[in-house]
Write a protein that binds this ligand. Structure first.
Ligand SMILES: CC(C)(COP(=O)(O)OP(=O)(O)OC[C@H]1O[C@@H](n2cnc3c(N)ncnc32)[C@H](O)[C@@H]1OP(=O)(O)O)[C@@H](O)C(=O)NCCC(=O)NCCS
Length: 377
């Protein structure tokens, strides 16, 4: 048994197939990312995020009538529970916004009187969480700055409403498109660390609140979702592309990682980053400010030349958010707002054909020893 475990061992579970799925697949050779068979990068330019939520959760693209229903549901379900608002008021302004989201989901689970959690209930809770989380996040954010929560224009898309919640203004259609694309590209990514956590929790027949909370916990780290904030903080350290060139060389010489680069599955490039780069380039020129794009592009060039590494989805998304006027501590939370759709799809899939996820560990400790009572140690 031990030999079998040893043969199957792969550090960090690299290349280990941990389950079957019909939700998403990644082809690292051609950087193709498919959601239920459709190209995510293609949909980032052609679809709206509401359609993707339906696609992931229901398993098919919505017809007009279904899209209308989901869009309405996401507007209706946005209202936060009074008890949750009370809790949000108590979270200090210095808190990490990812912790605010984690606490919000966990608390919503604690006050949900439903104790059955059928697949249908789980699906309804998924839509409700997707609708509520932007409001929970931004309610706390504005409370922490003693400012009122901006009113939202109900007719705006999910992406547009979020931008309005952040800045207080109705976004122009191009800005809304950029935000929409980024939400689509962040929505789903197969068995990544946070999705795997969510599936493990679901596999114990816990509930969707616990499973989404697990996902948020894993996404917070800088090796996963946290990379978009770290990437922007890096870009802001430099005053010009030539300054960036020198600074990046110093970091690489110190053998430190450049956040927003590299990937466990992709080996040549990340197609999501190319879409976001295109949007950032256009957004920069529309805003008449190409400084951050120029610095980011220089960093991309140096890291590619020196390390053969490419920017992942987080790198240019970070620049897009900066140009859209979104404060940096909200970047990883945006990932949660989007990925809750993918996590929910995986939780539903896990529940529909469940088997407890319980891998083995390769033991490297001492052989069996006699227990020594405390007075003889
Ligand atoms: C994503 C990531 C965790 C994948 O990690 P992984 O598959 O375990 O790969 P490793 O960390 O083992 O990296 C393999 C090699 O590439 C190097 N490398 C990987 N990403 C790097 C980066 N961003 N900057 C510099 N070097 C990097 C490692 O130092 C290592 O070099 P070595 O073999 O000389 O030691 C990793 O690329 C990373 O830490 N990137 C930065 C964080 C990030 O952007 N995360 C978001 C992912 S979408």
């Amino acid at each position: 048994m031990t030999t079998m475990v040893a043969e199957q061992f792969s550090k960090g579970l690299e290349d280990v197939v941990a389950g079957t799925t019909t939700i998403c697949t990644i082809n690292p050779e051609n950087e193709n990312l498919l959601y239920r068979g459709y190209s995510a990068t293609d949909m980032a330019e052609k679809a709206n995020f509401e359609e993707i939520i339906h696609l992931l959760i229901e398993g098919r693209l919505p017809k007009k009538r279904e899209l209308k229903r989901v869009t309405k549901l996401l507007v209706q379900e946005r209202k936060l529970q009074k008890l949750l608002i009370k809790i949000l008021k108590q979270i200090p302004p210095s808190a990490n916004p990812m912790d605010v989201l984690r606490t919000s989901v966990s608390f919503m689970g604690a006050i949900d009187q439903n104790r059955q959690f059928s697949i249908e209930d789980t699906k309804q809770i998924a839509y409700s969480l997707i609708a509520k989380l932007p409001f929970a996040l931004m309610t706390w954010f504005h409370l922490s700055k003693n400012q009122p929560l901006p009113k939202v224009t109900k007719t705006l898309s999910f992406a547009g409403r979020f931008l309005q919640l952040v800045t207080g203004n109705e976004p122009d259609p191009f800005e809304e498109r950029v935000m929409n694309a980024s939400l689509i590209l962040y929505a789903e990514h197969e068995f990544n660390a946070s999705t795997f956590c969510a599936r493990v929790t679901a596999s114990t027949l816990s509930d969707i609140y616990s499973a989404i909370t697990s996902g948020i916990c894993a996404l917070k780290g800088p090796l996963h979702g946290g990379a978009n904030e770290a990437a922007m903080e890096l870009i802001l350290k430099f005053s010009s592309p030539s300054d960036a060139e020198k600074g990046i060389m110093d970091i690489l010489n110190r053998k430190e990682k450049i956040m927003g680069f590299g990937h466990r599955v992709y080996k040549k490039s990340d197609g999501r980053s190319q879409v976001m780069k295109k949007y950032v380039q256009e957004l920069s020129s529309r805003k008449g400010n190409t400084k951050y794009f120029d610095i980011a592009e220089k960093i991309e060039k140096i890291v590619r030349e020196q390390k053969g590494l490419f920017p992942n989805a987080d790198f240019y998304s970070a620049v897009a958010y900066y140009l859209l006027g979104i404060p940096i501590p909200l970047y990883t939370p945006i990932f949660v707002l989007s990925r809750t759709s993918g996590w929910s799809a995986h939780i539903l899939e896990q529940l529909s054909d469940n088997r407890l996820i319980r891998p083995r560990g390769l033991y490297q400790g001492p052989p069996q020893k006699e227990f020594v009572p405390i007075d003889r140690r």
